[in-house]
Design a binder for this molecule. Structure first.
Ligand code: SF4
Length: 117
C-alpha cells in the first residue's frame, strides 16, 4: 500500500464516526483528484466504505473504515489466550503484569518456533 493510502486509512480509522472526503484531502495535504484516487483504491481493497453525504448543500462522501475480523492466532500465545479478554481490572496497559507475562510467553513461543525451522 502506498504511503498516502496508509496515511489516509490511518486517518479514517482514527475517526469511528467517519471522515468527509472533502475534508480528507485537506488533512492529507493533497489535491482533491489525488484524494479521489486514494479513496477509490481503499474502497476497491475493501478497507473503507463510501456513503453519499450532503453538507451545506454540497455533495460529498462520508468515509468509514470497515471492521476487519481479527485473526484468532493474534490472541493466543501458545495455548494461552490474551488476558484482556474478559478482564475487569482497572486498565493501565503500560503497568499490566498479566499482559506483560503473556507477551513474555509469546516471545518464548515465537523464539522456539523460529529455532525449530
Ligand atoms: S492490559 Fe491488562 S488490565 Fe488492561 S485489559 Fe489487558 S489484561 Fe486487563
Amino acid at each position: 500500500m502506498a504511503e498516502s493510502e496508509d496515511e489516509a486509512l490511518n486517518l479514517i480509522q482514527s475517526k469511528p464516526e467517519g471522515v468527509l472526503q472533502n475534508e480528507l484531502w485537506k488533512e492529507l495535504g493533497v489535491d482533491s483528484r489525488k484524494c479521489s484516487r486514494i479513496v477509490k483504491k481503499l474502497e476497491e481493497n475493501g478497507l473503507i466504505e463510501r456513503i453519499e453525504y450532503k453538507k451545506d448543500g454540497i455533495k460529498t462522501y462520508l468515509l468509514r473504515a470497515k471492521k476487519r475480523l481479527v485473526d484468532p492466532n493474534f490472541l493466543l500465545s501458545g495455548d494461552e489466550l490474551i488476558p484482556c479478554i474478559g478482564c475487569d481490572l482497572e486498565c493501565i496497559v503500560e503497568e499490566c503484569h498479566p499482559l506483560m507475562d503473556w507477551m513474555y510467553q509469546l516471545a518464548i513461543v515465537h523464539q522456539s518456533r523460529k529455532s525449530k525451522k
